[in-house]
Design a protein around this ligand. Structure first.
Ligand SMILES: *Cc1c(COP(=O)(O)O)cnc(C)c1O
Length: 396
């Protein structure tokens, strides 16, 4: 080692990885952008897919593939692609699979940026879009047009946790040759497996509970048809929706505990929803599998007992009470995210749904006293105590 370092010329040469008779238990991180092939014939074979080999990180790298493979196994998918964010996944699907003249139909409570992509960007490129309420299958189906290329759905909406009529919409889409794309971020493959129900494409914001620690921004997409997969992949590589190897490594590490975290968070969410529902000053609690949920029957048919890790609730008293509530819950991060290992609290009126205006929010039932909780894995007694204290302070 010492003599090699003394040789000036070798300083810019890469060294072989040190040999070891034992092997690392953890996954290595490979940040290399470029890969050296032995000769042009091998490079040809790589590009033509006759041998597996990496060339340039924008086109793919080992840490992305390890992560994709793991999410594939959860979604029972093949050839999933990891991208630089959940929105990169949404954009790669909507822009990779449509052309001018097509129409895209979306649920009317999709993730805010997905709505923006549909309202602002696709029309600019000649792709028409419209939104409809997917909890009302007849109305949603009536919005399908002859030129509808694809439908984008989330199973459980944000923040009112309404449950889409997946079965009826998918059956009709299938009959009419319209692709069904499911953003499965909220429900996760633990709650719902879109491919088993006939979806054509499944995508995720891996940023949320799959990675689970609020330290990596990533997306994932898988397609049942290899031709769709290729169109999405080619578009994503061309526009550079590349994920960072380090983010992929962090997300992979998070994923090892995903099932444990999800199950615990879901158990906590169910118990927290029931606890909050019994507190004075609480106007309503939304949790998909509770009997008082507006889509209770559909939620049970679709998700069984898997109500998920999200709970929403509403108190009276307007913005002043909302301010008191977050101030009285200092241990619960008031942050517009979800899926972190710890519980986070979001206030749609001042964050995700601020652009809608008071009237738009009222139409969705989102008042100044409406909160959404992404429940974490803490001790449930701690959580019920903290929420009870905060709700009492806010509504006293
Ligand atoms: C967060 C989120 C996205 C976007 O994901 P990013 O990783 O933040 O780009 C898309 N869909 C849903 C349902 C989300 O919650």
């Amino acid at each position: 080692m010492e003599s090699r370092m003394r040789d000036k010329e070798s300083l810019v040469r890469r060294m072989a990885w040190p040999e070891s008779a034992s092997r690392a238990v953890g996954t290595p991180i490979q940040p290399s952008v470029v890969y050296a092939s032995p000769d042009p014939d091998t490079l040809d074979a790589q590009y033509e897919g006759r041998v597996q080999g990496y060339t340039y990180a924008r086109e793919g790298h080992p840490n992305a593939d390890v992560l994709a493979f793991k999410i594939d196994s959860l979604e029972r998918a093949d050839g999933g692609i990891v991208l630089g964010s959940g929105m990169a996944a949404v954009a790669a699907v909507l822009m990779g699979l449509t052309r001018a003249g097509d129409h895209v139909l979306g649920g009317d409570q999709l993730y805010g940026r997905s709505l923006r992509l549909m309202r602002e960007d696709l029309p600019r490129l000649g792709v028409a879009t419209s939104l409809a309420d997917p909890t009302d299958a007849a109305r949603f189906i009536a919005a399908i047009r002859p030129e509808t290329r694809l439908i984008l759905l989330e199973v459980v909406s944000n923040p009112t946790l309404r449950v889409a009529d997946m079965a009826a919409i998918m059956a009709e889409a299938r009959a009419r040759g319209v692709l069904v794309v499911v953003d499965n971020t909220f429900t996760t493959p633990r709650g719902y497996q879109p491919f088993a129900h006939g979806a054509d494409i499944v995508l995720h914001s891996v940023t949320k509970i799959l990675a689970g620690h609020s330290d990596a921004t990533l997306g994932y997409v898988a397609a049942a048809d290899p031709a769709h997969r290729k169109a999405i992949y080619d578009f994503a590589v061309t526009v550079g929706f590349t994920p960072s190897p380090f983010d992929c490594w962090l997300a992979e590490r998070g994923l090892y505990s995903f099932e444990l975290r999800y199950d615990r968070a879901e158990e906590n969410a169910r118990a927290l929803a029931d606890h909050i529902a019994g507190l004075p000053g609480v106007r309503r609690v939304l949790y998909p599998t509770r009997p008082d949920h507006p889509d209770h029957n559909r939620a049970v048919a679709l998700l069984g007992t898997r109500g998920g890790h999200m709970v929403s609730f509403e108190i009276g008293g307007g913005r002043a009470a909302a301010n008191r509530l977050t101030q009285a819950a200092p241990n619960i991060a008031f942050a517009p995210t979800l899926g972190d290992i710890g519980t986070t609290l979001s206030h749609p009126a001042s964050s995700s749904h601020r652009a809608l205006g008071a009237e738009g929010r009222a139409a969705l039932g989102i008042s100044e006293g409406f909160f959404r909780v992404s429940v974490g894995v803490e001790d449930i007694n701690l959580l019920t105590h903290e929420f009870e204290t905060a709700i009492r302070a806010a509504t006293a």
